[in-house]
Each structure stands twice: as C-alpha cells, then as structure tokens.
Design a protein around this ligand. Sequence first.
Ligand code: ADP
Length: 168
Amino acid sequence: MKKTALYPGSFDPITKGHIDIIRRSADLFDKLIIGIFKNSSKSKSWFTEEERAEMIKKILEKENIKAEIKIFNGLLVDFMFKENVDILIRGLRALSDYEYELQFALTNSALAKNDFETVFLTASREYLYLSSSLVKEIALNEGELGIFVPKLVEEELRKKVKEIKHNR
Ligand code: ADP
C-alpha cells in the first residue's frame, strides 16, 4: 500500500535543517506533502504563508526533490484526513525538542483516534542547533547566513531585514 507522509511546520523561513528532513522523507515515502501552518501560535512570522511556499517551491525544483506544498489552517488532524495522510514527519533536534514533539505527536494521535503514526527523523549533526528563529536573529544582526539557508532564502531574509529596519 502506498504511504503518504506529511511534514508540517511554520518554515519561517525554511532552513537547511528542514531541507535535510524533506530530502530524507521524500526518499522514505511514496508521497510527501509539506504543510505550512497558517495562524501558528508562534510569535509573529516574518514571511506570509505564500512567500514561504514560494521559497520552498523554488528550492524543491533546484534540489530536484518531489513533494507537494500546501498551506493549511485549523486542526492538523482534519488536514491529515482530508489529504489521506498516513504518516506525520517531525524532526528532532536536541533534547529540548523532545517534550514539545512528544506532546504534539500524542495529542494529534489522540485526536485522530490513532489513525496514523508519527515518525521522528533525527536532525543531522550539522543542523542540530539550527532553527528559523536563530536564522532570523543572525539576519537582523547582519551575520553570515550561507551555512544555514540556501542562497535564495538568504536574499529574501536580507530584503525583509531592510523592510523591518526601514519601518522602525
Ligand atoms: P522551527 O522550530 O525552526 O520554527 P518549524 O516549526 O518549521 O521550525 O519545524 C517543523 C519541524 O521541523 C519540527 O518538527 C522541527 O523540530 C523540525 N526542525 C526544525 N529545524 C530543524 C533542523 N535544523 N533539523 C531537523 N529538524 C528540524
């Protein structure tokens, strides 16, 4: 039976850590959907969902990775049923992710009445401490971004920082 996996996140913006998880998931499952959370409870985002989707689309094309990109709001489980998702993918970085990710997985599994599995992929060593928030912090302070995000994301971040500083 073909397996459809969903990798949900805010991807604000996508980092090399996310891309690593995406590439590995695309190799593991028959179909991969990258789900961009709308109205996530996280602090204010820098990029609109459409801007995030556009960046991801360009990266997938460039890296030759086959995956669908979808923006969703509401409950994750409702989206999973709608898209016939069998597996939820999450990335695990340092120990600090564990508590939150376990809560996330168990809550969704309870809401879905155990209808799907969550698969955790461990972050690769070089991206273990990489997060979108860290990347934004580096961008604000005009630090080097090339090790953490692809060139096109770096350019979008630089543009955003200019806007933010201009509007202050
Ligand atoms: P962030 O926590 O950086 O804002 P997201 O909410 O977009 O990222 O995260 C989506 C999923 O990707 C989560 O399961 C998160 O743990 C995982 N993830 C984020 N950054 C990395 C990374 N550097 N390596 C592996 N997994 C990651």
